[in-house]
Design a protein around this ligand. Structure first.
Ligand code: ADP
Length: 748
């Protein structure tokens, strides 16, 4: 893995260069976003982009199979599943004659830079093609299918791969294009099945995709609060059927009303025999005498509109890949672009493909530890957490130390699942778990009670916060009552799950606690805020859910405007933090975003108004969208901006506004938010427990940075905030504003 400074593109910097983009192998939601971004980045830089239709077959077919792609060709595709340029499994491309024709067709159009969006098979093909490129061109020149000048002008094929695979199976990157959307589909299905299963007290076996990779199955089992999972990387030991049934029985005895087993399609036993959904079903039914049904989700997992992650992440990757290739001059190796946490990384393509392709072999040889190492930290953590929370060996509070869990600050989707995870992990680790109602006000009033395993079952899906939350930040005078309450209830450790006000409250406690014995306990802040404005974490629980709401609204607004000439200004939440506005605009295809972080000047507005007018007059534009953060500017309100657009439009279009409002805080948490909540809470519970045993009392903020879970002391964390604006001093997503300008806003 290699981190790197983002190379830049600027208008005209790649004039005379030609780049091809294709999608190949299995389709995945988000491929269109990557295609769109690569094409538009090339156009922005003055290069000539071509789309190659139907995967590698289009290169062989030539003609209309390799099409110049204009700005408008990539319009209106961000929200579409599949791939608009088609995908195909070309056998011909695997042959030398096929590759020769493909190379000739590329050279004849001047294409010697290629972005391929596909799975490990497609990227293997890409590497073969690039390796053979010099000899292919020699042979073509010798056969006079290309000229010697053409041969000399294209000494090498520069190439970059983006992994399109719903399975999330590429070793070396955290996520692949399409996996998050597939997880959305699976989770919607599990949540739906869960309610019907609970009504009838039934068992369900749900089979999900994933031939050699159990990522979808494992993540869905964890985020869906399921009971048992079977994945290729963790084949069950002999006698697993009995063990599974005993575990399901324990869950029912503990109070669960349904049982859901998730099966990856490639799940096998340790002897390598495939495990079928029917076998699991029949085993449960005959052993537990429960009505058991099978649901095989199949291709719905590939379908549907891409999730927000599968819009902004592939857009960013497409931009990076095109930029890399357009700047590429020397003999740089082919690379795969992907993510490590919130960072774009590039890894050598040959290594990534070889590692990925070694997995089935390692599984066949029973070398599971090596397989798990290749799958990475998150997969291992999820597997460990699932084993712990899915088996209710202990369901009531043990006599161990008492740990309290509470919320504070504004509501954020995913707070419930964080609280539930704390309770289940705490009980499993021998602690007595106590739920505090209504934030710090409730804590001061001693409003708390013990929670059992059953009390919190079913909190995975629930939006809102069952424990209640308050924005209230305690005054110094209230600290005595809080301290007394903690002492009287014998609380040895505290988890505060919440947003900015939670962090400020805990910072106050940290500064004042030498005078209050009850406050001298380990305290952990778990970040939950739709604004994504908390320190020491790249992502807060709830932000992904809110962002999906924002982009869903944008999609609907665009549809509502499709029959007329419209200008829309949409307002998002976020207070002074522009995450929802920028990322919503980025993923929703907005032409402009107005943020508090980047000042709005009259000159900027004048430029926007002129651009919009020109665009409607000369470029056939029928819709313009700006997204404004609610606190972008006190004078240039959403209404003022709309009036400016309306006035300057002079009847070219109607102007409308939409304030999305509180639905951004509601709704069932997305898979990404559930998984983040679970991972961060697991780390928080481990740290609280370690501190209780060691008699330490440090206050930490848990967070996710670069794909790792990190702990930062509260004082250190609060050094890196802009407290006036209640946001981190550095925001990793802010540079995406210039990517938005490049891919969402056609140059006038
Ligand atoms: P995925 O990319 O989803 O893993 P496949 O394994 O089916 O899908 O590969 C897609 C296409 O990539 C193949 O149909 C073929 O055109 C090309 N390809 C795969 N492997 C090779 C190879 N070794 N040499 C040339 N082309 C290949």
């Amino acid at each position: 893995m290699q981190s790197f400074p983002t190379p830049e593109v600027w208008p005209g910097s790649a004039a005379g260069k030609t780049i091809g983009v294709l999608t190949s192998g299995g389709d995945a939601q988000g491929m269109n976003a990557a295609l769109r971004a690569a094409v538009r980045t090339a156009l922005f830089a003055g290069a000539r982009p071509y789309a190659i239709m139907e995967g590698y077959q289009g290169m062989i077919d030539g003609g209309d199979g390799i099409r110049p792609f204009a700005w408008e060709d990539a319009a209106g595709i961000l929200n579409r599943g599949g791939t608009v340029i088609g995908t195909f499994r070309s056998k011909e491309f695997e042959t030398r004659p096929g590759m020769l024709t493909a190379a000739a067709n590329l050279v004849n159009r001047g294409i010697d830079r290629l972005v391929v969006i596909g799975g490990d098979g497609s990227l293997t093909g890409l590497n073969q093609f690039a390796t053979q490129w010099p000899s292919l061109l020699d042979e073509l020149a010798a056969a006079q299918r290309i000229t010697t000048e053409q041969r000399a002008a294209h000494p090498r094929l520069a190439f970059a791969g983006l992994v399109g695979s719903i399975d999330n199976d590429m070793v070396g990157t955290d996520t692949t294009i399409g996996a998050d959307s597939a997880l959305h589909r699976i989770q919607e299905a599990i949540d739906a099945i869960s309610s019907t299963a609970a009504s009838h007290q039934r068992c369900f076996v749900v089979e999900v995709m994933g031939r050699n990779c159990g990522y979808l199955a494992l993540s869905a089992a964890v985020s869906g609060g399921c009971d048992y999972v079977l994945v290729p990387e963790l084949p069950p030991a002999d006698g697993w059927e009995q063990a599974m049934c005993e575990q399901l029985h324990r869950s029912r005895a503990a109070g669960r009303k349904e049982s859901i087993v998730i099966l990856a399609e490639g799940a096998r036993t340790r002897s390598g025999d495939p495990i079928s959904a029917e076998h699991v079903r029949a085993t449960i039914e005959s052993t537990l005498h429960e009505d058991t049904r099978v649901t095989i989700l199949g291709h719905v997992q590939r379908g549907g509109t891409p999730s927000v992650y599968d819009r902004w992440a592939p857009t960013w990757l497409g931009y990076e890949a095109a930029t890399y290739l357009l700047n590429s001059t020397s003999d740089e190796p082919g690379v795969v672009f992907g993510f490590r946490g919130e960072n774009v990384i590039r890894v050598p393509l040959v290594q990534a493909v070889a590692d990925t392709r070694s997995v089935p072999e390692l599984i066949a040889k029973g070398r599971y530890d090596e397989v798990l190492a290749l799958r990475g930290n998150e997969f291992q953590a999820l597997a460990r957490i699932f084993c712990e929370v899915s088996d209710p060996r202990q369901t009531v509070a043990a006599a161990g130390p008492r740990i309290a869990v509470m919320h504070a600050g504004a509501l954020s989707p995913g707070m419930n699942i964080a609280a539930k995870t704390a309770v289940w992990l705490g009980i499993s680790r021998g602690y007595t778990m106590v739920g505090v109602q209504d934030g710090f006000l409730g804590l001061a009033a001693g409003n708390m009670a013990e929670l059992t395993w059953k009390d919190v079952d079913g909190w995975n899906q629930a939006g809102g916060a069952v424990l209640g939350t308050r924005r209230h930040i305690p005054e110094i005078e209230e600290l005595y009552a809080i301290s007394r309450s903690l002492e009287e209830n014998h609380i040895a450790g505290l988890l505060v799950i919440g947003g900015w006000n939670a962090y400020e409250s805990v910072e106050l406690i940290n500064n004042e606690r030498s005078r209050y014995p009850g406050l001298q306990i380990p305290i952990l802040c778990v970040p939950a805020a739709i604004d994504n404005n908390l320190p020491s974490t790249a992502m807060s629980i709830g932000a992904d859910t809110a962002l999906n709401v924002v982009v869903d609204c944008i999609d609907k607004v665009k549809m509502s405007a499709s029959a007329s000439q419209r200008c829309f200004v949409i307002e998002t939440m976020g207070r002074d933090c522009g995450y929802l506005a920028l990322m919503g605009g980025f993923a929703g295809g907005a032409e402009q975003v107005y943020l508090n972080e980047t000042r709005i000047t009259l000159e900027d507005l004048r430029a926007d108004l002129t651009w919009v007018r020109n665009s409607f007059d000369h470029h056939g534009r029928s819709f313009f969208l700006a997204v404004r953060n609610e606190c972008a500017n006190p004078n240039y309100t959403t209404d003022v901006l709309a009036r400016l657009f309306d006035e300057e439009g002079q009847g070219r279009y109607d102007t409308r506004t939409l304030t999305i409002g509180h639905i951004q805080q509601g709704g069932s948490p997305t898979p990404a938010d559930r998984l983040l909540a679970i991972r961060l809470t697991d780390a928080a519970m481990t740290t609280v427990a370690e501190q209780i045993s060691a008699n330490d009392k440090v206050i930490y903020c848990v967070g996710s940075q670069g794909g790792d879970v990190v702990m930062t002391e509260i004082n250190e964390a609060m050094k890196h905030v802009d407290s006036l604006h209640q946001r981190p001093s550095e925001e990793w997503w802010l540079p995406l504003k210039s990517v938005l300008d490049c891919v969402n806003r056609e140059r006038a």
